[in-house]
Design a protein around this ligand. Structure first.
Ligand SMILES: [Zn+2]
Length: 88
């Protein structure tokens, strides 16, 4: 077994194992946080294994004690006014 295999999401035969050009499987999603004091922080996660924003958010809330990762640390949801997806 060598070479490529089809995208696990859409079956696209041209999937090269990174980001599927057809459905976007494996892409990195950028997330922006706006804190209650108005500071803007950024993070990102991969959509590999059908990981969605909702799933990522729920995992942080249920398994990480409400802490969200960003460049340089983690911040609690209590300090956040908004979380939004900014890129895909
Ligand atoms: Zn695909």
């Amino acid at each position: 077994m060598s070479g490529t295999k089809p995208c696990p999401m859409c079956g696209n035969e041209n999937w090269d194992g990174s980001i599927c050009p057809n459905c976007g499987y494996g892409r990195t999603v950028s997330v922006k946080y706006v804190t209650k004091s108005g500071e803007v922080l950024y993070s990102e996660f991969s959509t590999k294994n059908s990981y969605t924003f909702e799933h990522w958010f729920t995992d942080r809330m249920q398994h990480e004690g409400g802490f969200f990762p960003y460049e340089g640390g983690r911040i609690n949801c209590d300090a956040l006014a908004r979380i939004e997806v900014v890129g895909r």
